[in-house]
Each structure stands twice: as structure tokens, then as C-alpha cells.
Design a protein around this ligand. Structure first.
Ligand code: FAD
Length: 610
């Protein structure tokens, strides 16, 4: 073994790179290291191998052992499966970088674009056990010694980005910061798909790619994708960060991993009485900062002068002009101080990227979710596979801490999609497989994903309990293949006829097998299923002994749906796609989810009926 040589500058440079604490420093030390080792980081196919050869002392080797273990997984086929694939990833948030790492392991050329030039978010992310396991496997602890020590299950956003940036660079991913993606440049006869960037003379503008992954964060859904709003009751989130002086007194203060009003009425009542602060929930994590996230009631924000005037429109209500920043600081400070039993000494706000106290208020009333996770565009015979990951796919509700867990699941699913693409699977089959897996994402919890974390890979079957990669068929998704000038998911075009045809066939089958049942009239694939009676009728047609239709009341829709869901899961192994109460009461039922569900029922009954 070659030990670290204090006189060897590459060892010192590598050490600086590993320890770097800002995005700029990571990039600078990496470039110095490459320069010193005479390595070209754009030589993505052999960069990692050459780096390993040239940095062969114990500290570097310990890192290579970790990364090699991941890289040797059979899914990557020794980094050969996507050698011809060129991927552009938009956004160097945690999900963009996590996806980039997987794409690099598959052997693809990967370029990441990030419009910011620093990682400045102090806010802290909750990590599900599998994400901790995953990040340990990427040597997180070597880059950040405090990573999830003891029972810690969280990390600041910026620290997570730093870890993932370092791994990305080592694996040959090209990361450009301070450059904004503005749109696509369509192919010509001589060129492939390229990006329009700001600044417009940025060299990454010349990169030609066949896969585009958007990880641009909340609500950054690229052209061609549609999203839905999941509108709940008004929910106003507040986050704040205080400096962690790392004193003995601070170490004593217990974290709050989530106190919801329903579980601790007295706590919230006392907070209201003592401070006039009225919250729905609060979370406190002790990390690089003391971080709090809470959901506050509008009435108390108005009363405490945080919100100046009441508006029904959330944008107006929480707009800068309507918020008294000083009052917001007092409110957040008061809540943090009270909820930690007044035991956090010397509570000074940490500063945000703008040098201001790091306190912010957000609207969680209306969450977004993309209707589809993928699509294919084709111009001049050149296909572009597009996918969404992270917050732009499903926006998380921060106090629940689902952002990274679901974000990483989607990153792996997306890598699986690119793998199929790289293997030459027909484009609509690639999309159909991706959409089949996407249906599972919003239902995932730490409890219902597989528990054998060491077996987790980009293969969805290693992570999800019930996964059917073919639950949505390619012929249902013609509308996600855009070969003309623009895609319009609202109006069926000639291209969509097949998919519309498939929906119609499914509808016809449902009508045929529910005909004649009292109080059941199937007219569509969404509203007609609300009361649960149509589902029960369908089951009754094929398994008459399972349900007594005469005992069911139309008004008991939650019960009817629950009954049907349980029978379908128990008898046919088809997991529900929505909760029984959402099915009965939710303003809009997701059509594609219903198509998936009913298709599974159709397939199961058709296969099992002689
Ligand atoms: P992000 O982390 O949002 O990353 C998206 C990246 O894309 C950004 O770096 C952005 O600069 C870049 N980008 C966007 N558009 C372009 C473009 N056109 N060109 C180039 N780059 C672009 N979650 C919590 O659980 N708790 C919190 O307290 C919390 N606080 C947050 C505070 C802020 C200000 C934000 C934005 C998000 C916060 N989140 C929080 C959400 C959390 O950060 C995400 O769930 C998590 O980081 C995974 O997101 P992501 O990688 O999909 O997107």
C-alpha cells in the first residue's frame, strides 16, 4: 500500500478536494487535481479508472473501494450499458446530482447545468433509512465526517449537494454552474438536440444529447409536460435557521422529529397562550444550524402582524409586500424558543445566501405533481428522451420530509429508464415502463418500500414491493410521443388515436362487465367510480361469492371503495392507487392512475377467467 506522502502535492490536493466546503472550492480543487495529475475530466469514459491509477494511496483507495462496490453492480454492466447515450441534466440540486451519478455509472456521458454558482441552502432534509444507506454507499462519511452519526437522520441541503457534487465529478460527470437552461435547440440534418443557454456563448451549448433530465426543482416542469395541482386547505410553512455554536448547552436540547397538533394538543395550546403563536406542526433538527420548519395558522399570523392584510389568494397573502419581515422573525424566534423549552441559548439567526436572517415563509396550499414522468420528442428523425426527477416531478410537503426519499427513488427509476433506452428498447415501451413505475411513487412510505436496503439498485423490483413494469401499455401512451411541432395533451391528435382507442376499449370492457347493476352507470374512467359501487360490481361479475351487492349503500362510498380495494389487493395482488376516502371525496381523480388500476383488473380477470 502506498501511504500518503506529505510531499506529494496530489495527495494534498485530493485531501483539499474531499474536505472542500463550498461549491466553488470543490470545483477549484478538482480542477487543480486534474491539472496536476494531467487528467482530462471530459474523458468521461476512462476518467475514473485513470484517476484511481494515479491516486493510489490509502485515503483515496478507501474511497475507491466504496465507489467500486457500487459501480460493479450488474445493472451497470461494467459501465457499458449506456456508452452511446448522452445526457443533459438540468439542476445540481440533490436529485439532479443523484441522477447524474447513476447515469455516469451506466457509462453515459453526463453534463449537468446549474444556474446558481453557490450551494447556500441551510435548510435541513429528512432522510429515510434507505437514503442514509444509499449515501453511505457513496462514501458520504468520507466527504462529511458528521454524516448521520448516531441516530441522526437528516442533512442540510447544501451539505448533501456538496457530497453528491464530489462523487459526480470523480465519476466523470461534467458540472457547469452559473449557466441557465433556457430551452431546446431542435436538431438539424447535421446536428442533434442541443440546449439554449444563458450566457448564450457557454461551451455546454454545443453539447448534443439524446436524453434530457429535468431536476430543476419545484414547478420547473419543462415544455411538453403537464402538471396537476393538489389543492388542500391553506397551509403556510415557515422555515428558520439559527447559528449552531456547538456548545454543551445546545447539545443537550432534544430534536423534535415532528409534533403534529393532533398528537400534542397541550403543547400547541400553551404556545398559543404564552406567545400568541398558533401552529399545526413543528419539526426541529440540530444540524450545521438549528433548523425549524412549522406550519402556522393564518389567523395568528395576522394577529401577530406577520401578515399585514388578509387576501384569499395565497400569492397575494404571502407576497413580499404583505409580510412584515421583523414580525416574521419574532414569530419564528418565539416558536423555536418555546418548542425547545427555552433551552437553546444565544439564539441568533443564521444568514441566508443574501446575508439576511434565514427565515422564510412558503405556501403549501397547492402542491404540484407532474402528470407524466417521461416523454419522447422527435425532430428530423432524432429522438430525445425526456424525464423529470425530484421536486419538479412531485413537490414535497417539507414538514413531512419526503423530498429526498421520493426524489432519490425517482432518480433511480429514471436511471432505469435511461438504461432501457441505452439498451435500445423501443421508445414507447421505455416510456410505458417509466409511467408504470411512476404510479407507485406517491404511495411510498418508509414502511412499504422493501427493507433489504443492501439489495437496492436502479432496478425498481429491488425497491418497491409490488411493481408491475407493464401495468401501462405502450399503446396507451402515444400522446407522450411528440413527433410534430408541439405536444398537446388536452386535444387528441391523430397520433393519439391509438391511446384514445385503448382508453375506449378499457371503458367498453368496464361497461360490459358492470351492465345491469343497480345504481351503477359507468360513463367514464374517473367520476363513475367514485361511489365504489362500480368497482364492487366489477368484482361481483367475476367473483360473485366475494360481495353481496344488495348490502352496499351508494352513500357509503368510503366503505365501498375500501371493500373493493381490499378484495382486489387480497385476491388479485393489485395494490390500491389512492386511498378510499380520496377516491370518494377528492376533487379530481387522476385519470391515468385509474387507467392503470382498471387495466390491471382487466388483465387479472381476463387471465384468470376461463
Ligand atoms: P432543488 O434542490 O430545488 O434543485 C433544483 C436546482 O435546479 C436548483 O439548484 C436550481 O438552481 C436549478 N435550476 C432551476 N432551474 C434551472 C435552469 N433553468 N437552469 C439551470 N438550473 C436550474 N425541503 C425540505 O424537506 N425542507 C426544507 O426546509 C426545504 N427548504 C427548501 C428551501 C428552498 C429555498 C427550496 C428551493 C427548496 C427547499 N426544500 C426543502 C425542498 C428540497 O430542497 C428538495 O426537496 C430537494 O432539494 C430535492 O430537490 P431537487 O433536487 O429536485 O430540486
Amino acid at each position: 500500500m502506498v501511504n500518503q506522502d506529505p510531499t506529494n502535492p496530489s495527495h494534498a490536493l485530493f485531501d483539499q478536494f474531499v474536505q472542500s466546503q463550498t461549491c466553488k472550492e470543490v470545483q477549484r480543487t478538482f480542477s487543480e487535481l486534474c491539472h496536476h495529475l494531467q487528467l482530462d475530466p471530459r474523458d468521461y469514459q476512462s476518467f475514473y479508472t485513470k484517476l484511481k491509477e494515479r491516486l493510489n494511496y490509502w485515503k483515496a483507495k478507501a474511497l475507491w473501494i466504496k465507489l467500486d462496490k457500487r459501480a460493479q453492480h450488474q445493472d451497470y454492466q461494467q459501465g457499458k450499458v449506456c456508452v452511446k447515450t448522452k445526457c443533459l441534466v438540468l439542476g445540481a440540486g440533490p436529485c439532479g446530482l443523484r441522477t447524474a451519478i447513476e447515469l455516469a455509472l451506466l457509462g453515459a456521458q453526463v453534463v449537468v447545468l446549474e444556474k446558481r454558482d453557490s450551494f447556500s441552502r441551510n435548510n435541513v432534509l429528512h432522510l429515510w433509512p434507505y437514503t442514509i444507506y444509499d449515501l453511505r454507499g457513496l462514501a458520504a462519511k468520507k466527504f462529511y465526517g458528521k454524516f448521520c452519526t448516531g441516530a441522526l437522520d437528516h442533512i442540510s441541503i447544501r451539505q448533501l449537494q456538496l457530497i453528491l457534487l464530489k462523487v459526480s465529478l470523480l465519476l466523470g460527470v461534467e458540472v457547469h454552474t452559473g449557466v441557465e437552461f433556457k430551452g431546446f435547440v431542435e436538431p438539424s440534418e447535421a446536428t442533434g438536440w442541443m440546449a439554449e443557454l444563458f450566457p448564450d456563448d457557454h461551451p455546454a451549448g454545443k453539447f448534443q444529447f439524446d436524453v434530457f433530465i429535468s431536476a430543476g426543482g419545484g414547478r420547473f416542469v419543462p415544455d411538453g409536460f403537464r402538471w396537476k395541482e393538489l389543492r388542500g386547505k391553506l397551509a403556510i410553512g415557515i422555515t428558520c435557521n439559527f447559528i449552531n455554536h456547538h456548545s454543551a448547552a445546545e447539545a443537550q436540547v432534544a430534536e423534535i422529529s415532528g409534533v403534529a397538533r393532533i398528537y400534542n394538543q397541550k403543547f400547541f395550546q400553551d404556545l398559543l397562550t404564552e406567545k400568541g403563536i398558533d401552529l399545526e406542526n413543528i419539526v426541529y433538527y440540530k444540524d450545521a444550524t438549528h433548523y425549524f420548519v412549522m406550519t402556522a395558522k393564518k389567523k395568528s399570523l395576522l394577529k401577530m402582524g406577520v401578515i399585514k392584510q388578509d387576501f384569499s389568494d395565497a400569492n397575494q397573502l404571502l407576497g413580499q409586500a404583505n409580510v412584515d419581515q421583523e414580525a416574521l422573525l419574532r414569530y419564528a424566534h418565539g416558536a423555536a424558543h418555546f418548542s425547545t423549552g427555552h433551552r437553546l441559548p444565544n439564539m441568533q439567526f443564521a444568514l441566508n445566501h443574501a446575508g439576511q436572517p434565514d427565515v422564510a415563509m412558503f405556501d403549501f396550499t397547492c402542491m404540484h405533481r407532474a402528470e407524466n414522468a417521461s416523454l419522447v420528442r422527435e425532430r428530423k428523425g432524432k429522438k430525445l428522451l425526456m424525464g423529470l426527477v425530484g421536486d419538479c416531478l412531485v413537490e414535497p410537503f417539507w414538514p413531512l420530509g419526503t423530498g429526498i426519499a421520493r426524489g432519490f427513488l425517482a432518480a433511480f427509476d429514471t436511471a432505469w429508464m435511461v438504461r432501457s433506452w441505452g439498451k435500445g428498447k423501443p421508445h414507447l415501451e421505455v416510456v410505458a415502463e417509466r409511467e408504470s413505475i411512476y404510479q407507485l411513487l406517491s404511495q411510498t412510505t418508509p414502511e412499504n418500500i422493501n427493507k433489504n436496503y443492501s439489495a437496492f439498485s436502479i432496478d425498481p423490483a429491488t425497491r418497491y414491493q409490488h411493481v408491475n413494469l407493464n401495468s401501462i401499455k405502450a399503446n396507451q401512451l402515444q400522446h407522450l410521443y411528440d413527433v410534430e411541432d408541439h405536444i398537446d395533451l388536452g386535444r387528441p391528435t391523430k397520433k393519439q388515436k391509438d391511446s384514445v382507442g385503448a382508453f375506449e376499449e378499457l371503458l367498453k370492457w368496464c361497461q360490459q362487465h358492470t351492465a345491469g347493476y343497480d345504481r351503477v352507470k359507468v360513463k367514464d374512467l374517473t367520476q363513475s367510480w367514485r361511489s365504489g359501487l362500480a368497482l364492487c360490481a366489477l368484482i361481483n361479475t367475476f367473483r360473485p361469492h366475494l360481495i353481496d351487492m344488495s348490502s352496499l349503500k351508494e352513500s357509503d362510498s368510503v366503505h365501498n371503495n375500501q371493500l373493493a380495494f381490499s378484495l382486489l389487493e387480497g385476491e388479485l395482488g393489485i395494490p390500491p392507487i389512492i386511498s378510499a376516502s380520496d377516491m370518494a371525496t377528492k376533487e379530481q381523480i387522476d385519470k391515468l392512475s385509474m387507467v392503470l388500476y382498471l387495466t390491471q383488473i382487466h388483465d387479472a380477470f381476463n387471465e384468470r377467467t376461463p
